[in-house]
Design a protein around this ligand. Structure first.
Ligand code: APR
Ligand code: PHB
Length: 406
């Protein structure tokens, strides 16, 4: 029902209908810029992916600006802090107090995606779902193109720009000539086993757990739906983990009070995700501009992925507005540098938080002791707590940028 007839020319061709592509489409529509989205999967498939669900203020503001914030404000849960559990003791990170009044919104990425899809469909904007063999070409010229096959027919869409919002495994970054791109990558020696259940969350805020048995996270989607994660070896398969085994292991990683209050039930979804830090530089090649997971991945500790994608898209929409409304290429020219400052800061925080909270198989006794000392320092230093809090709620837009780029 989300499909429509394929056009031949547009201003911006967006590859990928994840949160990045859909949000860009919405912002461009509001600016009067014509865009078509081409997506490999079906809408239902896109909505079936379960991902993190913590929105920074910058992301909330952007969803409002895109006109899709109504349900988020009604159903999302504002959190003024979170707990960190270490050696059986919980320490609250009071985000509100430490950042001068800021908080985060707990609202699942699936819901953000659904709101964006519904808004796009209500306006009647073109999204080509289930496009096969998508390819891009001529992005070093003034008239790039996107091609795909659907229902046995080939289609070609010419455009002024291609926005590569097709995630980590997409074709946009892969289409850039070798040598024009530098990739930085770190793969962590464990994964996260996630479980979604219609049970009451164990705590009204999130609990990040560093236990001798490995990391755990108690998160939530609503007051009746919980999301939990366990650090597991990369060799584990999800079939090895019955629901009972998951709940038993989670209980062992919690403090006695949380373990006692843990409400268990059948899983709605269970999956294992690897953890990766990844950045591709630059994020622009001629008239191809990458945004979101197509350009960078963070490990999920701290939930920065969606927020980073959202700020890329904000800068990208601004760049296109400058191009079409002010006939200036300055925004497009600065796009990559502007994004990458923010990307590397979020990469640093996500790597640091991951390193602090997980058990690393090869860290040895020295590494373990240093991690414990770092946590001890954190819980007793106002400066360290403030640093965690300001990164968790998200650095303000333009943080550290020169006035020329701001
Ligand atoms: N052609 C068209 N679409 C494609 C192709 C292709 N060859 N390859 C991938 N896609 C689609 C995927 O099916 C997906 O719907 O691109 C979309 C990319 O969406 P996401 O992977 O969700 O990436 P993004 O929109 O950048 O969202 C970033 O998602 O993974 C999380 O942590 C991340 O929260 C962050 C957010
Ligand atoms: C989630 O709710 O899925 C979630 C929350 C916080 C994180 C990661 C994931 O840091």
């Amino acid at each position: 029902m989300y499909n429509s007839t394929a056009p031949k020319r547009t201003q911006v061709a967006i590859v990928g209908a994840g949160p990045a592509g859909l949000l860009l489409g919405q912002l461009l529509h509001r600016a009067g810029i014509d865009a078509v989205i081409v997506e490999r999967q079906s809408a239902d498939y896109v909505l079936g992916r379960i991902r993190a669900g913590v929105l920074e203020q910058v992301t909330m503001d952007l969803l409002d600006e895109a006109g899709v914030g109504r349900r988020m404000h009604q159903e999302g849960l504002l959190h003024a802090g979170f707990d960190m559990l270490f050696k059986g003791q919980r320490h609250r990170i009071d985000l509100n107090h430490l950042t001068g009044g800021q908080q985060v919104m707990v609202y699942g990425q699936t819901e953000v995606t659904r709101d964006l899809m519904d808004a796009r469909q209500a306006i009647g904007l073109t999204t080509i779902y289930e496009a096969q063999d998508v390819s891009i070409d001529d992005f070093d010229s003034q008239l790039p193109c996107v091609r795909w096959r659907k229902d046995g027919q080939m289609h070609e869409l010419r455009c002024d720009f291609i926005a590569g919002c097709d995630g980590f495994h997409g074709i946009c970054r892969a289409s850039v000539p070798a040598g024009a791109i530098t990739e930085y990558e770190k793969v962590y020696p464990f994964g996260w086993l996630g479980l979604l259940a219609d049970t009451r969350p164990v705590h009204h805020e999130l609990i990040y757990v560093n236990s001798a048995r490995g990391f755990a996270l108690c998160s939530q989607r609503s007051q009746t739906r919980s999301r939990y994660y366990l650090q597991v070896p990369l060799s584990d398969r999800v079939e090895q983990w019955s629901d009972t085994a998951f709940w038993d292991e989670l209980r062992l990683r919690l403090d006695p009070q949380a373990a006692e209050h843990l409400d268990t039930g059948p899983s709605l979804e269970k999956s294992i995700a690897p953890l990766r830090s990844f950045v591709a530089e630059p994020m622009r090649f001629g008239r191809l501009l990458l945004a979101g997971d197509a350009a960078h991945i963070v490990p999920p500790t701290g939930a920065k992925g969606l927020n980073l994608a959202a700020t890329d898209v904000k800068y990208l929409a601004q760049a296109f507005c400058q191009f079409y409304q002010e006939h200036s290429t300055a925004g497009v020219d600065h796009y990559s540098d502007r994004c990458l400052r923010r990307v590397w800061r979020a990469e640093r925080f996500s790597w640091w938080f991951t390193s602090l909270m997980h058990r690393f198989p090869d860290s040895g006794e020295m590494g373990q002791k240093l991690q414990e000392a770092e946590l001890d320092y954190l819980f007793h230093s106002q400066a360290a707590l403030q640093s965690v809090a300001e990164n968790y709620v998200g650095l303000p837009l333009g943080f550290g940028e020169s006035a020329a780029l701001g």
